[in-house]
Write a protein of this length. Structure first.
Length: 118
């Protein structure tokens, strides 16, 4: 299984970015796809998730109303649309995948860096 994240960059506060995660190597129909982030000096934290089947979503309180997770089944791609970005959103963002019944994510992408300037 491979997860390839992209779309990070430098943006001013209030701006937007869209991250992409291309998944390959298996069928993900019974999987949950997640986005996590890790800021310098901090632990990795959950950002958002989406069920590959059914499209159920969940968000961290810190990003609710600003970030939107979505997917394109035909392209095996999960997106994270990030609007109204804040300097505290600066982090390396990772996509991850786990079977629906699993407790932990067992597949991780390489990360894409997002920097929000004030």
């Amino acid at each position: 299984v491979q997860l390839q994240a992209s779309g990070g960059g430098l943006v001013q506060a209030g701006g937007s970015l869209r991250l992409s995660c291309v998944a390959s190597g298996r069928t993900f129909s019974n999987y949950v796809m997640g986005w996590f982030r890790q800021a310098p000096g901090k632990e990795r934290e959950f950002v958002a998730l989406i069920h590959w089947s059914g499209s159920s979503t969940n968000y961290a309180d810190s990003v609710k109303g600003r970030f939107t997770i979505s997917k394109d089944n035909a392209k095996n791609t999960v997106y994270l649309q990030m609007n109204s970005l804040k300097p505290e959103d600066t982090a390396v963002y990772y996509c991850a995948a786990k079977p629906l019944v699993a407790l932990q994510y067992n597949y991780w992408g390489q990360g894409t860096e997002v920097t929000v300037s004030s």
